[in-house]
Design a protein. Structure first.
Ligand SMILES: Cc1cc2nc3c(=O)[nH]c(=O)nc-3n(C[C@H](O)[C@H](O)[C@H](O)COP(=O)(O)OP(=O)(O)OC[C@H]3O[C@@H](n4cnc5c(N)ncnc54)[C@H](O)[C@@H]3O)c2cc1C
Length: 622
C-alpha cells in the first residue's frame, strides 16, 4: 500500500527548511519569499522544499487536504499520523460536508472487531471484495451496480476496512455497541451484516454542534476534534480554485479564494457555532504549498449542472442535490485535476437507476426537498434554505403534474430500489441465479418525472418542475401549515381557481414553458372522475380516494432530488490521480465522491479512501 518513490523526487532540493518542536506556526523562506509553515506537534524532522519554484506561497505544509468531509478528515488524520504536517482547506464556514448531514451509518466489514464481538465470523476482506465486484448482483430496477467497479480500487478498500474501523475508533468515533446489521445503508454487499452506526455519548457541548441535527455529526465532530488537538491546521471559508504548478509543470500547491458564507443580501457572515479555523485570514486569495502531496476530497460534482450532465443529459438545473444548501458538490476537485491531465473513471456508475442516487422529493413546496433532510428554521443555513417543506404523509392527498400540467405516473410509486441484503433471495456469490432470483420491480416514477413531452411531439432535456397539486381539504387531512417557513413562496403557489394557479406556476423560474390553464383544469377534472369510478385508468394509482375540488388550490414544487456522486477522477489503489494512460500525476491524490471507479454509497468508501490517500501522500519520498 505504500507509495513507491516517484521520479520527481530528484527535482526536490534537500535544503533544510524548518525544524519544529511543537504545534504551531513557523515562518520560513521559500525561493526568497516569506511563507508560513504549519507543523504537527512534536515534529522534529526536516521538511524539504522544492527548489524549482520561485512562486510566493502564503502557507506551506507537507500534505494539503482539500475538503473536510468524510474523506478529508480521515486523510488529514492519517497523513498526520505518518509524521506529515497537514493543512486542511475547506470552502464552507465549518467542516463536515455531506457527512455531517448523513445518518452516520457506516458499512465497514471484512472482519471488524464489532463483527467478531457479535459472532459474525464469516466476513473477510476476500468476501467483502468479492461482494463488491460480483457481476451477478442486480438491483431491483435491473442495474448491475457492482459490475463496473474497478477491481484494484475495491481490493484496496476491502483490505483496509478493518484498519479503518480501528482507525476511526482510535480517533474518537464511537459506534453503537450493537451487532452490525443491514439497516440504514444501501449497496453494502450481500454476504455479511456490515452496517455500524455512530453515536455520541458525551454531553451536549458546542463540540457536537450539528448543522441539521443529523447523526452524521457523531461521525464528523470526533474526527474534527482529534484532528484539531493533534495539530491539523484548518483554513475555513477558502475555496480551492486551481492547482498550482512549478515551471516544469509539477503540481506544488493550490490556489484558493476567500468565500465566506454571507447572509443573503448582507455582509454579515453566517453564524457558525463550530470552532473556527486556526488560520484566520480574510485575504482574497491564498496560495498553499504542498511539499509532499495534495488530496482532493471535495465531495463530487452533483451540484454542478454542466458536469453532471456529462453522465445524464436529463439532469438539468431544476434538480437540487441532497446536502444543499449546507454543502455543495461543485466539481471543483475534478475540474482542477482535469486541467492538469486527470481523466474520469467508472462512468457507468453515476446518478443512475439504482437506490437513492436520485430520489423522489421527500419535502414539497421547497427547492431543497431531499427525503432525509428537512431544514429546520433553527438551522444555520436556513436563510439559504428558505423553507422546511411539507412532508406528504399520504400520496392520495395530492396529484403530481409535470410542467405542462399533466399527470405522468402513479403518485404513490417510490424512487428506485436499493441494493441491500434482502433484495437477492438465496444469494450465492457469482451465481447467475442471483439475477434470476431478484424480485424484479422496475420503478419508473423518476424516469417519467424527468421526461418532458411537449406540444406536437417536442421534447427537451430534463423534465422541468414537478408540481404537487392539492386543495384545502388535503391541507386539513395532512395538517399542513401552508405558509412560511414551511413553504417557500418561490416554490409554492395558491389560488382560488385552477386557471389562476396555472398562471402562477408559469412564473416559476424552472418552468421551461408556461402551464396551460386548460390542461391543468382537464387533468384535475379527469382525476376527479377516477375518484368517482374508483379506477385510475391512466396510471393505475390504487383506488384514488379524494377529489380535488375544495378551494383554495395549491401547487408545491416536487421535482426529483439528486443524492450523491458515484463517478469521478481516475485513481489507482493508492488513491493517486491518474492520467488517461494510467500514469499517476505526481503529488496528486483523490478520495471519496470526487474519485471514480467505486459504485458504493457513502461514508465507508470515503473514509477508507481518505485513509489510504493520507497514508500515501505523507509517505511520498522527497
Ligand atoms: C442527507 C444525507 C444523508 C446521508 N446518509 C448517509 C449514511 O447514513 N451512510 C452513508 O454511508 N452515507 C450517507 N450519506 C452520503 C455521505 O455523507 C457522503 O457520501 C460522504 O459524506 C461523501 O464524503 P466526501 O468526503 O467525498 O464529501 P463531503 O463529505 O461532502 O465533503 C466534501 C467537503 O469538501 C468541501 N469542498 C468542496 N469543494 C471544495 C473546494 N473547491 N475547496 C475547499 N473545500 C471544498 C465541501 O464544502 C465539503 O465540506 C448521506 C448524504 C446525505 C447528503
Amino acid at each position: 500500500m505504500l507509495l513507491e518513490g516517484s521520479k520527481d523526487s530528484k527535482r526536490v532540493s534537500r535544503r533544510k527548511f524548518i525544524v519544529g518542536t511543537a504545534a504551531g506556526v513557523v515562518v520560513g523562506v521559500v525561493g526568497g519569499s516569506a511563507v508560513t509553515s504549519l507543523l504537527a506537534p512534536s515534529t522534529t524532522t526536516t521538511t524539504p522544499v522544492p527548489s524549482t519554484t520561485s512562486q510566493k506561497f502564503d502557507y506551506t505544509a507537507d500534505v494539503v487536504v482539500v475538503g473536510g468531509g468524510a474523506a478529508g478528515l480521515p486523510a488529514a488524520l492519517e497523513a498526520l499520523a505518518q509524521g506529515a504536517s497537514v493543512l486542511l482547506v475547506e470552502a464552507n464556514m465549518d467542516v463536515g460536508g455531506h457527512a455531517i448531514l448523513s445518518g452516520g451509518n457506516v458499512p465497514l466489514g471484512g472482519g471488524t472487531p464489532q463483527q467478531l464481538k457479535y459472532g459474525i465470523t464469516n466476513d473477510s476482506p476476500d468476501l467483502l471484495f468479492k461482494d463488491l465486484v460480483d457481476w451477478s448482483v442486480v438491483q431491483t430496477n435491473g442495474m448491475p451496480s457492482y459490475r463496473y467497479n474497478d477491481r484494484d480500487i475495491i481490493r484496496a478498500f476491502a483490505d483496509n476496512n478493518v484498519a479503518v474501523y480501528n482507525f476511526l475508533v482510535a480517533n474518537g468515533v464511537q459506534f453503537n455497541d450493537i451487532a452490525p446489521n443491514t439497516s440504514g445503508g444501501t449497496d453494502v454487499g450481500q454476504s455479511a451484516p456490515r452496517e455500524c452506526h455512530t453515536i455520541y455519548t458525551q454531553g451536549a457541548t458546542t463540540d457536537n454542534y450539528s448543522p441539521s441535527g443529523a447523526n452524521g455529526t457523531t461521525f464528523i465532530r470526533p474526527l474534527e476534534a482529534t484532528a484539531r488537538s493533534k495539530g491539523v491546521q484548518f483554513l475555513l471559508n477558502y475555496h480551492m480554485d486551481s492547482l498550482v504548478t512549478d515551471s516544469t509543470g509539477r503540481i506544488i500547491g493550490i490556489s484558493a479564494s476567500y468565500t465566506p458564507r454571507l447572509l443573503p443580501g448582507s455582509s454579515t457572515p453566517l453564524k457558525s457555532y463550530a470552532p473556527q479555523g486556526n488560520i484566520n485570514t480574510t485575504q482574497a486569495t491564498v496560495k498553499v504549498q504542498a511539499n509532499k502531496g495534495i488530496i482532493l476530497a471535495t465531495g463530487g460534482h452533483s451540484s454542478n449542472v454542466d458536469f453532471r450532465r456529462i453522465f445524464d443529459p436529463r439532469l438539468t438545473a431544476e434538480y437540487s442535490v441532497a446536502g444543499e444548501p449546507y454543502s455543495f458538490q461543485d466539481a471543483s476537485g475534478e475540474l482542477a485535476a482535469m486541467k492538469l491531465g486527470a481523466v474520469l473513471w467508472g462512468t457507468m456508475a453515476g446518478t443512475v437507476e439504482t437506490g437513492a442516487s436520485i430520489t423522489k422529493a421527500g419535502q414539497i413546496g421547497t427547492w431543497y426537498g431531499y427525503v432525509h433532510l428537512k431544514w429546520s428554521p433553527n438551522a444555520v443555513v436556513f436563510p439559504f434554505a428558505h423553507a422546511s417543506g411539507l412532508t406528504v404523509a399520504n400520496y392520495q392527498d395530492v396529484i403530481m403534474v409535470n410542467m405542462l400540467g399533466k399527470r405522468f405516473y402513479d403518485e404513490t410509486q417510490p424512487h428506485f430500489g436499493s441494493g441491500n441484503y434482502n433484495n437477492v433471495a438465496n444469494y450465492a456469490q457469482d451465481s447467475w441465479l442471483n439475477a434470476q432470483n431478484i424480485k424484479w420491480a422496475p420503478q419508473n416514477y423518476l424516469n417519467a418525472a424527468m421526461q418532458y413531452n411537449g406540444p406536437n411531439g417536442s421534447t427537451l432535456n430534463g423534465g422541468g418542475p414537478i408540481w404537487a397539486i392539492f386543495d384545502s381539504a388535503a391541507v386539513t387531512r395532512e395538517k399542513w401549515n401552508v405558509a412560511p417557513p414551511d413553504v417557500d413562496p418561490a416554490f409554492f403557489y395558491q389560488a382560488s381557481d385552477l386557471a389562476t394557479l396555472a398562471q402562477q406556476i408559469s412564473t416559476n423560474k424552472f418552468q421551461k414553458t408556461p402551464m396551460s390553464a386548460t390542461t391543468l383544469q382537464d387533468t384535475v377534472t379527469r382525476y376527479n372522475s377516477f375518484v368517482d369510478s374508483g379506477v385510475d385508468s391512466d396510471f393505475a394509482k390504487p383506488k384514488p380516494l379524494y377529489k380535488i375540488n375544495t378551494p383554495l388550490y395549491y401547487a408545491a414544487f416536487a421535482a426529483p432530488v439528486i443524492h450523491d456522486t458515484r463517478n469521478g477522477l481516475r485513481i489507482n489503489a493508492q488513491c493517486q490521480v491518474q492520467d488517461i494512460t494510467g500514469k499517476p500525476i505526481p503529488s496528486l491524490y483523490s478520495a471519496g465522491e470526487t474519485a471514480g471507479g467505486f459504485n458504493e454509497h457513502g461514508l465507508a468508501r470515503c473514509a477508507v479512501q481518505g485513509y489510504i490517500a493520507g497514508k500515501n501522500a505523507a509517505a511520498k519520498s522527497s
